[in-house]
Design a protein around this ligand. Structure first.
Ligand SMILES: [Fe+2]
Length: 350
C-alpha cells in the first residue's frame, strides 16, 4: 500500500463519522460526494433529518419568542425586528462602535471588502452598551430560536464596503443556501440600509425543505462536480428560474432602517443585494452553527461567555497555524487595528 492509499484508508473512518456532523463539502469528503450514496439519497436524507430535528428543537425553545414571531418565522424563515434598542441606547451603541479601533481581519470577494472585528473580552471592555445588549434576552432569545439551539454565537463587528476594488462582481450577490441544515445569521444595522446599498435578500419560505426542494437537493448532490467552488463545498447556489420550479416566491429585499435586527435561517436562499453605488455598512453580526443531528438544545461548549467571546480569535489563530503547514486555507488577512468605518487599506500599521 503506497502512502497515498494508506492516508486514504486512515481517513476513511473520519470521513464516515463526518456524515453525522455538520460536514457539508461534497468535494472535501468522498463519502458526502459519493455518487452511489447520493443516488441512494445520502445528502437528501441528511437534509430531511436535519430539518426534522431542528423543528423538534425549536418546539422546545418555543417560549423564547412570541406566538406572532413564531408564526412569522415558520412562514418566512426570517425575523425583522425594528427599533430593537431604545433610541438613547442605540445612539450610545452606535457611537461606541464607530469610535472603536481594534484588531481586524479583512477579505475581498469580487469588488466587495468585508472587515471583521471579533468581539473579544478586550474589545467588549470598550463597548459597554454592546455588552449589555449581548447579555439581554431581546438579543439572545430570538437568535437561539432561529438557530434552533443554545450555542454561543460567533460575534463580530462586520463592515461591508462595496465597490472597494475594481474586481469582479461580489459572489455573495448570488442566491445560495449556506449549508444543508438550519443555521443562523443575524445583523443589527448601525445605519439605514437603503435598496441601492445592497441590502440582505432572502427568499421567504425557502428555509423549508419541501418535497421539491429535497428533489433539488438530491439532484444537486449528484451534479456537484459541475457546480461552482461554493456549491462543491456544500453551499449550493440556485438560479431564479429554479426558485420558481421549486415553488418558492420571489426574493425579497430587506431595505431596513438603522436599529433593525434581522435574523435569518441561512438554510433558506439568500444573498447580498447588488450595491448600485459605493457604500460602507457596519453591523453587529452573529453566526451560529452546530451539529444538526443533536436532538437536544443545551450542553454547548461555546455557550459560556468566556468561551463564546474567545472562539473567533482562537479559530483564526488555529487556521493561521494550519495554513502555515499547508493544511488549511486562511482567507482572512490580519490587517492590524482598524475602525469599523475606515476606508479600505487605511492605516496598515497596528
Ligand atoms: Fe450566505
Amino acid at each position: 500500500m503506497d502512502g497515498l492509499h494508506l492516508a486514504r484508508a486512515l481517513l476513511m473512518p473520519v470521513q464516515l463519522a463526518a456524515v453525522a456532523t455538520s460536514a457539508r463539502s461534497f468535494a472535501g469528503n468522498p463519502i458526502l460526494g459519493s455518487e452511489r450514496l447520493n443516488r441512494w439519497g445520502l445528502h437528501a436524507r441528511r437534509v430531511a433529518l436535519a430539518q426534522r430535528l431542528a423543528a423538534h428543537r425549536r418546539d422546545r425553545l418555543a417560549d423564547l419568542i412570541s406566538e406572532e414571531d413564531r408564526a412569522t418565522f415558520a412562514r418566512d424563515g426570517i425575523l425583522v425586528k425594528r427599533d430593537v434598542l431604545p433610541p438613547g441606547s442605540f445612539a450610545r451603541l452606535k457611537a461606541e462602535i464607530e469610535a472603536l479601533r481594534a484588531p481586524a481581519r479583512e477579505v475581498t470577494q469580487g469588488n466587495a471588502l468585508t472587515r471583521l472585528i471579533p468581539l473579544t473580552p478586550g474589545v467588549q471592555a470598550a463597548l459597554p452598551e454592546t455588552r449589555a445588549l449581548l447579555a439581554s434576552p431581546a438579543w439572545q432569545a430570538p437568535l437561539d430560536y432561529v438557530a434552533s439551539t443554545r450555542v454561543g454565537p460567533l460575534l463580530f463587528i462586520q463592515t461591508i464596503i462595496s465597490h472597494a476594488t475594481p474586481g469582479a462582481p461580489d459572489p455573495q450577490t448570488e442566491l445560495h443556501s449556506d449549508t444543508f441544515y438550519p443555521s443562523m445569521k443575524a445583523w443589527l444595522y448601525l445605519q439605514d440600509v437603503p435598496a441601492e446599498d445592497g441590502p440582505f435578500v432572502y427568499v421567504p419560505g425557502s428555509h423549508r425543505a419541501t418535497q421539491r426542494r429535497l428533489w433539488w437537493e438530491r439532484a444537486s448532490s449528484l451534479a456537484w462536480r459541475e457546480g461552482d467552488a461554493h456549491s462543491r463545498r456544500g453551499s449550493l447556489r440556485v438560479s431564479e428560474a429554479m426558485l420558481e420550479r421549486l415553488g418558492y416566491g420571489a426574493p425579497v429585499t430587506y431595505a431596513v432602517p438603522a436599529n433593525t435586527l434581522l435574523i435569518a435561517d441561512t438554510y433558506g436562499f439568500h444573498a447580498r443585494g447588488p450595491s448600485l453605488r459605493p457604500s460602507t455598512r457596519v453591523s453587529l453580526w452573529a453566526q451560529a452553527r452546530r451539529n444538526p443531528f443533536l436532538p437536544f438544545t443545551g450542553g454547548s461548549l461555546t455557550r459560556p461567555r468566556w468561551v463564546r467571546d474567545r472562539q473567533a480569535a482562537f479559530f483564526w489563530q488555529l487556521t493561521d497555524g494550519l495554513a502555515r503547514l499547508g493544511l488549511a486555507r486562511q482567507p482572512w488577512h490580519d490587517v492590524g487595528h482598524r475602525r469599523p468605518g475606515d476606508p479600505p487599506g487605511a492605516g496598515r500599521a497596528a
